[in-house]
Design a binder for this molecule. Structure first.
Ligand SMILES: NC(=O)c1ccc[n+]([C@@H]2O[C@H](COP(=O)([O-])OP(=O)(O)OC[C@H]3O[C@@H](n4cnc5c(N)ncnc54)[C@H](OP(=O)(O)O)[C@@H]3O)[C@@H](O)[C@H]2O)c1
Length: 344
């Protein structure tokens, strides 16, 4: 700690997640003595306005990472693979947003409202879960504590901002062309046109796997965060032409009986959750309402008519906020509150 705050680096500071992290650090009055925006050589020298300050983006390098207490990192898996060990060796604690470290045994995978105690054993790296997993486990935690989750059947409807800045540009360019009656520019980020379409492929298919990596993340990360390897998970991840806000239909089968009314009460009392559940009045969570907010919104809570041990819920959250940046900053706050920085 230096002076009245910490030396904080944001790696990937020019990206969608990094930009949101910078906004939240200011909004939540994070105790920052020095803020260092880091990115690739492409953005080095660029100015970023942060509160009343103008900060210069630096290329991540052995020199530019010196002396940092905390680094909030979202620059892609290969950047994390290379730079996280160097950041830890240089003395920083790293909260990493990419998938690279999440399933490593000695790296805690932490959601602030769900398993904050997992931070205690960290060795310098803390992983921030995948966005679709993050919002879902915030809603599942109170149900799991009350009745034990036996099985989940999940369908996601994922926004394009989950794929980064380039994907928003692709959706907008294609949508303008369709509406304007021009030739639609070819898909570059996604395998097919995303505008006015729904793609049954979010992420990519690893060699020999009939599930996408995004679907595997939902399966594996959910079990790790909830600390229960027995939970059975079926996941289908769909990319939809929504800019921000992932939506998820989740069928939750429990080990003990759980009435929908009790689930509604548990969810209403859960930290980080807002229940919006008056469907006859048109009140239920929607991506356009969740965008720009930190909470996870849950609605359409009802009995599965085909399974008396299951309920259906609809879970929506801003993938850039709780799905990424909000949890990252919350973990930074928890590390400070618990005296857990610089222990790597
Ligand atoms: N979007 C989401 O909802 C979400 C949610 C959870 C996790 N994540 C993860 O967070 C990461 C970033 O996502 P994003 O949506 O913010 O992507 P993005 O908008 O494409 O931004 C990527 C950022 O990484 C930087 N970067 C790229 N290559 C680099 C390199 N070689 N060295 C240093 N910096 C480099 C970029 O800097 P330049 O400006 O210099 O290119 C930019 O700041 C990804 O791993 C993603 O999976 C995203």
């Amino acid at each position: 700690m230096a002076g009245d705050g910490y030396k904080v680096g944001v790696l990937g500071a020019t990206g969608l997640v990094g930009t949101t992290i910078l906004e939240l650090l200011a909004k939540r009055e994070f105790p920052v003595a020095e803020l260092r925006p880091l990115a690739s050589a492409r953005s080095a020298g660029k100015q970023i306005e942060w509160g009343s300050k103008s900060l210069t983006v630096q290329e991540v390098s052995d020199e530019s990472i010196e002396g940092l207490d905390l680094v909030l990192s979202s620059a892609g898996g290969s950047v994390s693979a290379e730079w996280t060990p160097k950041l830890v060796a240089a003395g920083a604690t790293v909260v990493d947003n990419t998938s690279y470290w999440r399933m490593h045994d000695d790296v805690p995978l932490v959601v602030a409202e769900v398993n904050p105690d997992a931070l205690e054993g960290h060795k310098g790296i803390i992983a921030n879960p995948n966005c679709s997993t993050m919002q879902m486990v915030v809603a599942l935690k109170p149900l799991h504590d009350a009745a034990g989750i036996e099985r989940l059947v999940i369908s996601t409807y994922q926004a394009v901002s989950g794929t980064g800045k380039g994907a928003i540009d692709e959706l907008r360019a294609q949508a303008r062309a369709v509406v304007g009656g021009y030739d639609v520019p070819p898909a570059e980020i996604y395998p097919h046109q995303i505008a006015f379409n729904a793609l049954p492929q979010a992420g990519s298919f690893p060699e020999g796997d009939d599930h996408t990596d995004e679907e595997r993340k939902l399966i594996n990360e959910t079990r790790k965060i909830l600390g229960d390897a027995e939970i059975r998970v079926s996941a289908t991840c769909i990319r939809v032409p929504v800019e921000t806000g992932h939506s998820e239909a989740v069928n939750v089968e429990t080990r003990e009986p759980l009435e929908p009314a009790r689930a509604r009460e548990l969810l209403a009392a859960a930290p980080g959750v807002t229940v919006l559940d008056d469907p006859a009045a048109g009140r239920y969570p929607m991506a356009i309402d969740a965008a720009g907010k930190d909470d996870v919104f849950v609605g359409r809570i009802r009995r599965d008519p085909g399974n008396e041990k299951a309920i259906d819920i609809w879970v929506v959250s801003d993938n850039l906020r709780k799905g990424a940046a909000t949890n990252t900053v919350q973990l930074g706050e928890l590390l400070i509150q618990r005296g857990l920085l610089n222990r790597g």
